[in-house]
Write a protein that binds this ligand. Sequence first.
Ligand SMILES: Cc1cc2nc3c(=O)[nH]c(=O)nc-3n(C[C@H](O)[C@H](O)[C@H](O)COP(=O)(O)OP(=O)(O)OC[C@H]3O[C@@H](n4cnc5c(N)ncnc54)[C@H](O)[C@@H]3O)c2cc1C
Length: 439
Amino acid sequence: MGKKIIVAGLGHGGIAAAALLSKSGYDVTVYEKKAEGTLGYDWTDIFAPDAFAIAGIPMPDESKYTFKEDMMFFGPSVTRGYRQHVERNNLEIKMERRDIYEHLIKHAVKCGVKIEYNCEVKAPLLLGGRVVGIKTEKGDFYADLIIDACGMNSPVRCNLPSALGIEKEIARNEKITIYRAFYNKASDEEVEDKFKVMICTGGKTGVTWVASEDDFTDILIGRFEDFDINEVNAFTDYLRQSNPTLGTQVVRGGQFVEIPTRQPLAMMVADGYAAIGDSAFMTVPIIGSGIANSLKAARMLSDAVNADKDDLFTAETLWKYQYSYYRRLGSGLAPLANAKLLLLKLTNEEIDYIFESGMITEDNITIGADFTSYAKIHLEPQELITKAKLVCSDTVLLKKIIACGLSMARTIGMCAVIPPRYDPVKCRNWAKMYLKSFK
Ligand SMILES: Cc1cc2nc3c(=O)[nH]c(=O)nc-3n(C[C@H](O)[C@H](O)[C@H](O)COP(=O)(O)OP(=O)(O)OC[C@H]3O[C@@H](n4cnc5c(N)ncnc54)[C@H](O)[C@@H]3O)c2cc1C
C-alpha cells in the first residue's frame, strides 16, 4: 500500500476511481488541464442514480436533481411517435453538470485525493513496454499506475506505442458532434410531448431532442458529420414550426462538443495503464450517455487494483477490470454500436418505414431508466430479424436489418468469450476478432 497512482484528466470515472483507491490507502493525484471550478458544461445531464452507490459515493442532496420525463421517439418525418413507459422506481435523474462535478470532487478530496488543476497532460512516459508516468506542461510525473480519464481524445491513449494493441484514433462515424443550448420560452402554449427525441430528422443522420421545460427549451442536435452555427439556426427555425414554445434566444449553453458513440475499447489495459470513461469509449453508442457507466467502471477498476496484492499493476492484474467491465456493461453496450452502424446505413425513408410499419413497439423503445445496454432497450438480434421478416416488404431494407442482427449476434458472442484471465496472445486475438464485428 501507499503506492502512487496518477489519474490523467478529471473525468467522471477517473475521479470516482481516485476516491475509491485513495480510501484503500493509495497515494492518488489527479492532473487536470482546466482551472478549479470551471469543469463541466452549462447544462444538465441525465443518468442512472444507482451509479453513485456502486461507486461508493453518497447520493447528492435531493435539491440538486429532478427525475427525467419519459421520452417520445419519432422517425425523420415525425409522423408516428412511441412513448417510453419507464417504471417510476427506475427513473434516471437530471442534474446540472457542474453540480455533478462538484459532488464527485468534494467526495474525492474528502477521501484524500490530491488534484493539480491547470496542468495539461501531453503524453504518457514509457519504460520498456510499461507506462510509468505522464509528461505534462509542468514537468514529468511518475507513478506505479496511470489511470487515463482524459476523455475521447486522450493524449495518453493516443500516444501509446502501437505494440500495446490499444486503439488510438477514433473514426468519424465513431463519434457524434453535438450542439446543445437552452432557448428562451416563446409562448405559454401547453406542450403535449415534453421530451421529444427525433431520429435523423431534417435530412441529417443523427439524433435531435427538444425538451420543453417550464422556463426554457433544451435543444440537443447530434450529427455524425461536422456542422456549424448557420445550420443550427436554420434547423432550429425548422423545429420552431412544430414547437411554438421554442424561442430564438440562447439563454444557456450554445456549444459544439463531441461524444464517442462506438464500442468500448478492445484493450483497456496495459502494464501500468488503465483507461476509463470516454477515454475507453464507455458511452452508450447511439445516444452517448457515459456518466453512469464511467462511475460503475470506477468500482470495477478499484476492485482489480485492490485484488493486486503485490501492486504489480500489469496488464495481467488489470485485465480483471476489463473482464468485469465487459461482463457487466460492455457486453450490453457493444451490440448497440452495431445498431448505430445500421442507423448510418439507412435512408430516411427506411427509418420512417421502421417507425410506421409496426416493426418496433413502445416496448422496444422503452429505453429503461438505466439506458446502458441492448438488453435494457429490449433489442434482441433474433427478435429484430424475425420481426423484420414479418413486416418488411422492402428487400434492401430487410437485408440491412438482417446483416445488423447477425453482426449484433456476433458481437454478443464475442463478448461472451472474452478471456477470463490475461494471456497476451489470447487477449490480442480476442480484441482483433471483437473489432471485426464492427467492420
Ligand atoms: C453535450 C454532451 C451531453 C452529454 N449528456 C450526457 C448525459 O445526459 N448523460 C450521460 O450519462 N452522459 C452524457 N454525456 C457524456 C458524458 O459527458 C461522458 O460520457 C462522461 O462524462 C464520461 O466522460 P469522461 O468524464 O471520461 O471524459 P470527459 O468528460 O471528456 O472528461 C475528461 C476530463 O479530462 C480533462 N482533460 C482532457 N484532456 C486533458 C489533458 N490533456 N490534460 C489534462 N486534463 C485533460 C478534461 O478537461 C476533463 O475534465 C454528454 C456529453 C456531451 C458532450
